[in-house]
Design a protein around this ligand. Structure first.
Ligand code: ZN
Length: 447
């Protein structure tokens, strides 16, 4: 089928959505920045900000969002004054990286200043060597009696983690191992750079050095996203896991014209460290928001439980595409390909929430949206990863399906995905939020 025909079926342009994703990634070096940027997109579309500490007076026909810790976000709209069912699309907005430790500056060999870092999440370490890096995160600034949170992103090539030369490590190509404490500390400058970090960050935050009380700073890869392949059929960028799902589902959420139910969009921080935090998928954040939506319309506990029983969750986290040099790592049959659409992820041991029922719903939604659909399972002798669907189910137990977009080099500092797939995901999300969906234990109906 022609490219144009495929696009028309989905209602989203492949190239435009891919470029939008790369732009979003470029300005989102940390989970804090992803939330700020998603909030700006939501506000531009008429969504009102709620505070968890405020009183919620919700009205039908309106649209809202709320953040926790500035690093997780839940948005929802209320098409009609009714309590549920909820239609939820969740993804995560954190990525493996290195966090700058407190009192980070260290002297090295009497001629360098380097930064003491610890690993965040399951990063592939080798891809962080020998490339320009920089710092981003949030700074807590004292302003009179107030403590303000300011986001910072040092927008220049600032740091590098140099490899040991082959001449000094002849076994390097036989398989190297990297120790975070010994090998991963980036060079911040020469000996004179000592005491420069706080000054630099204060400047970036528009504050005096003495006002800076503390900071959460992470390394980020300076290399921008780009298109690769003879026909630019692939894109390469940092943090595709899971900003492709976060951005693609947000595009579908914003484009959807839902007539019933309550569409809910979620982006959770801390998936890469197991989701256990005040704002992660294992927290009460989602539960609290759903309970408050019910309460705002006079719903009882009974109403809440009935709404949840008829709700449906799509958990989006990227999936492994077939590797060009290592096809033996894939299941013999289920081998997702980039640009071939949404991947349903299965695991007998419930690492993924998908089962025949929930995947049947997903496949029907994909067909309605003109989106191709593939399947993923790990090889039976490989453990594979996990994600947030089954974790969020411990707080709010929902019928759910785990999906992702196919990608390569997952957890590298620079990853690879399909140019078409963001549009496919957006089209699925739009269809999901717009469809008349009845899913209970007794009945499944999509119209
Ligand atoms: Zn992920």
């Amino acid at each position: 089928m022609e490219e144009k025909q495929k696009e028309q079926m989905t209602g989203f342009e492949f190239r435009k959505e891919a470029e939008g994703l790369l732009e979003f990634i470029a300005k989102s070096p940390t989970a804090f920045h992803t939330v700020a940027n998603a909030a700006a997109m939501l506000e531009a579309a008429g969504y009102c900000r709620l505070a968890e500490s405020g009183r919620w007076a919700l009205a039908a026909g309106n649209q809202y969002y709320v953040t926790r810790n500035g690093s997780s976000l839940i948005a929802f709209s209320i098409p009609r004054a009714e309590i549920g069912p909820f239609r939820l699309f969740c993804s995560h907005n954190d990525s493996p990286t290195f966090k700058v430790k407190v009192n980070a500056e260290m002297e090295a060999g009497k001629c360098y200043t380097k930064l003491n870092v610890e690993q965040y999440g399951g990063a592939l370490r080798a891809p962080w060597f020998d490339r320009p890096l920089s710092l981003a995160g949030r700074v807590l600034v004292q302003n009179g009696s107030a403590i303000e949170t300011r986001l910072v992103c040092v927008d220049r090539d600032l740091l590098m983690i140099p490899s040991v030369a082959i001449h000094m490590n002849r076994d390097a190509n036989e398989g190297a191992s990297y120790n975070v404490q010994n090998d991963m500390c980036p060079v911040f400058g020469d000996a004179d750079a000592k005491d420069g970090l706080k000054k630099l960050i204060a400047q970036e935050a528009g504050a005096e050095e003495e006002q800076v009380l503390d900071m959460d700073l992470f390394l980020y890869n300076r290399q921008h996203g780009t298109f690769v392949g003879l026909n630019e059929e692939y894109l390469a960028a940092p943090r595709l896991d899971d900003l492709q799902c976060m951005y693609g589902s947000l595009r579908g959420f914003l484009e959807a014209d839902a007539k019933s139910g309550i569409p809910v969009y979620c982006a959770f921080d801390n998936e890469e460290t197991g989701s256990v935090s005040r704002q992660g998928a294992a927290s009460t954040f989602l539960h609290d928001v759903l309970v408050r939506i019910c309460a705002a319309f006079g719903g009882t506990q009974e109403d809440y439980l009935r709404a949840v029983a008829g709700s449906f969750l799509i958990s989006g986290d990227n999936a492994h595409a077939l590797h060009p040099n290592h096809p033996e790592k894939a299941d013999p049959v289920n081998r997702p390909q980039m640009n071939q659409g949404v991947v349903v992820k299965y695991n007998a041991n419930q690492k993924y929430t998908s089962d025949a029922r929930s995947s049947a719903v997903l496949r029907m939604l994909c067909a309605r949206a003109g989106v191709p659909c593939q399947s993923y399972t790990n090889r039976s002798d490989m453990a594979g990863g996990s994600t947030l669907g089954n974790i969020s189910n411990t707080q709010v137990s929902l019928q759910a399906v785990d999906i992702g977009m196919p990608q390569l080099a997952m957890h590298s500092s620079y990853e690879m995905a399909g140019t078409r797939d963001t549009a496919y995901l957006a089209a699925l999300a739009k269809e999901f939020f717009e469809a008349e969906l009845i899913v209970t234990d007794e009945e499944i109906r999509i119209s």
